[in-house]
Design a protein around this ligand. Sequence first.
Ligand code: NAP
Length: 309
Amino acid sequence: MYPKAGNNKIYDLVILGGGPAGLTAAIYGGRANLSTLVLEQMVTGGEIATTDQLENYPGFPQGISGAEFGQLLEQQAVRFGAEITSASIEEVDAEGDVKRVSTSRGDFYSRTLIIATGTSPRLLGVPGEEKYRGRGISFCATCDGFFFRGKKVAVVGGGDSAVKEALYLTRFAREVILIHRRDELRAVSALQKQILGHPQVKFLWDTVVTEFKGNQNLTTLIVKNVKDSTSAELSVDGVFLYVGRIPNTSFLKGVETDPQGYIITSEEMETPVPGLFAAGDVRRKFLRQAITAAADGAVAAMMAVRYLE
Ligand code: NAP
């Protein structure tokens, strides 16, 4: 038996995740007069809210801070009638006409669902990583960079995130050491141009971190050169890990994903489950950016409208 609307409300659209994909879906859902609820675990804006500057979103020629961008999306979604609730998602039952989302705040019911839960940082899985998480190991330069004013920090990874955040950290840290497992960066050339030759940045190429050590706080990285297998100790005050991301789909059962766990959808954001859509970084796609997330969110919401009709 499903709960009756009004008692335990059945929404037209529940959106899991309040990043650019989820909040854009909420804007479109609200404007289409759907009763719309966004469930967000952390802060609205999602991953982008922890980015210092968003430089490539059309319409902001001078860039915009990630936090401000997130707030603007939220205001716009609320203006069109969307509700936003903070809750962490535990389980989703998307079969049937009314779908159930079990969360830390109880169960929510909806006729359509959009999964826009994005991704989380990938871990290295080496000794000391859990122990020193928040005690010298960080995943957010924008949040924690300030604490390393005048200090020596390392950044692990060679992609856009690692390079962008390493550059951001040069505002605070006296020295930034970028540790990459190959001898060539993966980041786009515009970012490479900024970091290669930067006076505050040193590079440890062909190198991986094999252990995090310290006392109460992290003090030392054990690093290994993958070419000659030699290991060395590197003293640091902090380290920022940017070694890629993993999709947030652990609460979802019976939905097709690719081998990395990204949800497979049609070009219209449909999953094989009627009334269940996915949008943004959690979806298998070519380009994971705020602009493509927003576009996915718009399409998913309009597909929800069509499904309800
Ligand atoms: P990413 O592109 O997947 O890069 C991950 C980096 O970590 C790679 O350099 C990879 O090395 C390295 N790595 C992976 N596993 C590792 C391990 N176990 N040990 C050591 N190193 C490891 O991830 P991302 O930089 O987070 O970017 C994710 C997506 O967001 C990308 O599509 C990116 O373009 C986008 N993004 C865009 C911007 C922007 O400003 N436009 C900013 C941030 C992110 P290899 O290179 O050897 O594989």
